[in-house]
Structure formats: C-alpha cells, structure tokens
Design a protein around this ligand. Sequence first.
Ligand code: ATP
Length: 345
Amino acid sequence: MAIIEIKNVAKSFGAFTALHSVDLTIADQEFMVLLGASGCGKTTLLRIIAGLESPSTGEVWIGGRRVDQLPPRERGIAMVFQNYAVFPHLTVFENIAFGLRMKKMPQAEVERRVSRTAEMMHIEQLLKRYSGQLSGGQRQRVAVARALAMEPDVILMDEPLSNLDALLRLEMRAELKGVLAQSKTTTIYVTHDQVEAMSLADRISVMNGGRIVQAANPVEVYRNPSARFVGSFIGNPPMNFLPATALGDGKWRVAGTTFEGPKSQAAEFAIRPEDTSLADHGLRAEVRVVEPLGPHTLVTTTVEGQPFRVILESNATPRPGDILTVRPTPDRIRWFDPSTQQALQ
Ligand code: ATP
C-alpha cells in the first residue's frame, strides 16, 4: 500500500515562494500527473516528495509513514529525473541492475528484470554498451528501465520522455502506460505536455504559480475546468472566452446572442473550439486565419473584436474576411466568475 499524502506543504527559496500550501492525496496505485507551465512548481513538489528538497512547512506521508525528515533512500521510492543520473562508466546492463545489486538480489532475478525492462524500453540491443556512449534519448530510457526494474511501490518521474523524438515518445508513452497499469506502483509524473498528461493520468493536478488549481480525472479537467486558468491552459487550442452582460433571471447577452447561464451578477462565457458548429443563428465570427490540419480545419476568427477559434470539418474551407455564424453547443458552454476566475454553476 503506498498512498502518498502531501499535507500543507509550502516551499520558499529566499523571498520567493515556489509552493503555497499544497494539499494532495494520491491513492494507492494511482497514476497522478503534475501538469503546468514552466516554473509553476511541479519539479519542486516532486523533489520534496523524493527527499531531494525539504519543505519549508508541511508534511509528506508515504504508505502511512511520515517521511519528510527521512533521506531519499529510506522513502521506498524509485525516481527518474530530468538529469537522469546514468553512470557513464557502467554498461547499460549494470546501470539497470544497479539498484537490484544494492539489494543483493540473486543473479538470475537481476537478469530476468533487466532483460524485461530493457525490452520494454526498446534498449535490449544496447545492454553491453557503456552508457557514456549513448544518445540523450537512449540514456533517458536506461534511467526509466532502472526505475522500473526495482518494481517499486512508488515511482516519481520528471519529464522522463522529454529527450525522445515525437514518434518514439508516442511509443514509449503507450509502453509506460501499459507497464504501470499492470504493476502495483503509485506513480507521480511531472510534465508540461498536456497530451502526455491526458493520455497517462488517472488524475491530473493542474498547477499554476505554486498552487494546485484543479486535481481531477483528465476528462473532468478538460470538460469542466474548475477555474478559468485550467480552461485557458488545457486544450490545443484552449477554450474561447467572451464577455457576457447579465439580462437577469439567468439570461446573458454574448456578442448579440442570448444564452441561458448562471443566476449570478457577473460572468464570462467560455466554449471549446470543437464545441461549436456553423448554423443559421449564433455568434457572428469574422474569419482571420484558416489552418487545414488534416482531420479538421482550425479557423481563427474574431467575435466582436475578441479572438475566437472554431474547429470545423476538414472539408470546410472558409476564407479570411468571410463571416461565419457559429453556434456554441449549449450543454458545452461554461461560465466563469470574472473576479474570482472560478467556474460558476
Ligand atoms: P519546469 O517545467 O521549467 O521544470 P517547474 O514547474 O518544474 O518548471 P520548478 O523547478 O518547481 O518549476 O520551479 C518553481 C520555481 O521555483 C521557479 O520559479 C524556479 O525558478 C524556482 N526555484 C526552483 N528551485 C530553486 C532554487 N534552488 N533556488 C531558487 N529558486 C528556485
């Protein structure tokens, strides 16, 4: 059992606060992704859980044991960090076997685990090479294999696929997901790649400015962002936002069109680009840029001067200057409080 509990953890570097009072519980065997823009505090949080950094305040518990005063090796975790500490003077085999040898595991079991994880990471043909002779992407895969070979209760990974080319990255992502789903490992995985986050996570913690803004399953984060930031960060392209004027009784005027919305004083209207269609009535959108992307066409328009993107079928070919009438799908419309930036309804 390896539940991870982060209780009221804050971290300051001098006058700079990198984490503000983070509370998060990661369930046994859960795959949790920490997602956010560069500098939001993901790596700092991971390093605190690993024991490479100590929190300014707060506690870290792993498997019901308080660990924030313990050195990393006593926390029962395996890690893969960005600077994947692979030993250049050891072969790939010995690098993967390193932790197993420390545990004095029998040779036959070492061989079984090394070959299994090397195969998983597609590096079985490199086992005899010295790690100093490998490319960055190969070294990174050795680091992942070394962590997996430990069959740990907890595995912490910081951008473990960042040095791979796009195709290999896609392949490794599916491989990792398969492997970790079969193991009984609790995983915390840091990335700024939202597709990777959506693909791998049981839950995503979206971070901004040293805080967790929303922690929920990927579909929930995508469909029901709890805050404007999440809608503006998740999705490629992200949500569209338009100002709304209250007409009373839950009716709102948005760019000349009336919508049903929350019964609040003020609200901002939001819709994802794919949750729109062309119709006879709706928002008047002037086409600026048309990008045929293969499966669909991304059209950047302006609605009353505000940027507004729509995704159309690939056979749609509007031209810059055209006026489209765009209907937001009613049950996909979301509303945010303009002052608190939190979701309404
Ligand atoms: P990235 O995706 O770029 O790795 P991140 O979300 O992982 O970003 P962190 O590495 O956790 O971000 O850093 C959070 C903030 O804390 C950043 O503004 C960073 O500059 C600052 N920071 C991190 N480590 C230190 C340190 N040792 N001293 C001072 N500031 C630090």
